[in-house]
Design a protein around this ligand. Structure first.
Ligand SMILES: Nc1ncnc2c1ncn2[C@@H]1O[C@H](COP(=O)(O)OP(=O)(O)OP(=O)(O)O)[C@@H](O)[C@H]1O
Ligand SMILES: [Mg+2]
Length: 246
């Protein structure tokens, strides 16, 4: 099985005035291709700090991080930015779409930094990606003309468009109602079934039931790292939700 991520004793300290905050106190794990991993933990446990390091947005105080076989620690800033662009797709709680910009243009964005694609190919790939998330009928809608769930689908299409090694999601369903959250979870499960590697950070203790592995953080440490032998179907859960009659 191919190893996509390896963390070796990652520590991240923040200096605030006279104090040192130990946000991560020695985190180690490996993640293989095709895993759907949730990272849960109470507020302040270090989830976002960890995700920022995994996403090459931040560097650890100490420890080693290998992404798809490449040592991130030894890279310069520009090389890291290129690695991030090619290897990682991000999905955020607040979607982070460009305002008043069409779905296609939002999804094309990561390809702008990739000289392998010309304008026509960028558009073609963006359309494919939007069709894959069920938005083939909203290609020219602008961000302000879509629902929260549709905006999150655009964000997922954008995360997929470069065919990244891993998709990182930080509270991707945090702003959505129950039904829409399950719809997004159905989409993540479809991507997982297609072999994508996904890391999903969440406060929601129910979400790990729908993923293949769950890592629990507490006070900067991993306190549990377990495989899920009985992955629930988000599509079934969605079908059982009471229909909203309003
Ligand atoms: N830039 C920073 N400067 C100083 N301290 C920080 C910084 N970022 C995070 N911390 C501290 O590190 C710890 C972990 O924060 P982090 O944001 O990773 O938590 P979290 O698990 O994502 O919490 P939440 O669920 O509330 O989003 C907290 O104690 C926080 O105050
Ligand atoms: Mg956080």
């Amino acid at each position: 099985m191919k190893e996509i991520i390896r963390l070796d004793n990652i520590k991240r300290n923040f200096i605030v005035g006279e104090e040192t905050v130990h946000a991560l106190r020695g985190v180690s794990f490996t993640i293989n291709e095709g895993e759907f991993v949730t990272i849960v933990g109470t507020s302040g446990s270090g989830k976002s700090t960890l995700l920022n390091i995994l996403g090459c947005l931040d560097t650890p105080t100490s420890g080693e991080y290998y992404l798809d076989g490449v040592s991130v620690r030894t890279m310069g800033k520009n090389a890291r930015a290129t690695l991030r662009n090619r290897k990682i797709g991000f999905v955020f709680q607040n979607y982070n779409l460009l305002p008043k910009t069409t779905a296609i243009e939002n999804v094309e964005l990561p390809l702008m930094y990739n000289p392998a694609y010309n304008a026509a190919q960028r558009k073609e790939k963006a359309i494919q990606s939007l069709v894959a998330v069920g938005l083939g009928d909203r290609l020219l809608h602008k961000s302000n003309q879509m629902s929260g769930g549709q905006m999150q689908r655009v964000a997922i299409a954008r995360a997929l468009v470069n065919d990244p090694a891993v998709i990182l999601a930080d509270e991707a369903t945090g702003n959505l109602d129950t039904r829409t959250s399950f719809e997004i979870l159905v989409l993540f499960q479809k991507l997982h079934a297609e072999g994508k590697t996904i890391i999903f950070v969440t406060h929601n203790p129910e979400i790990p039931q729908y993923t293949s592995r769950n890592i629990t953080l507490r006070d900067g440490h991993i306190t549990a790292d377990v495989l899920n032998p009985h992955i629930l179907s988000a599509a079934e859960a969605l079908a059982k939700l009471p229909v909203n009659e309003d």
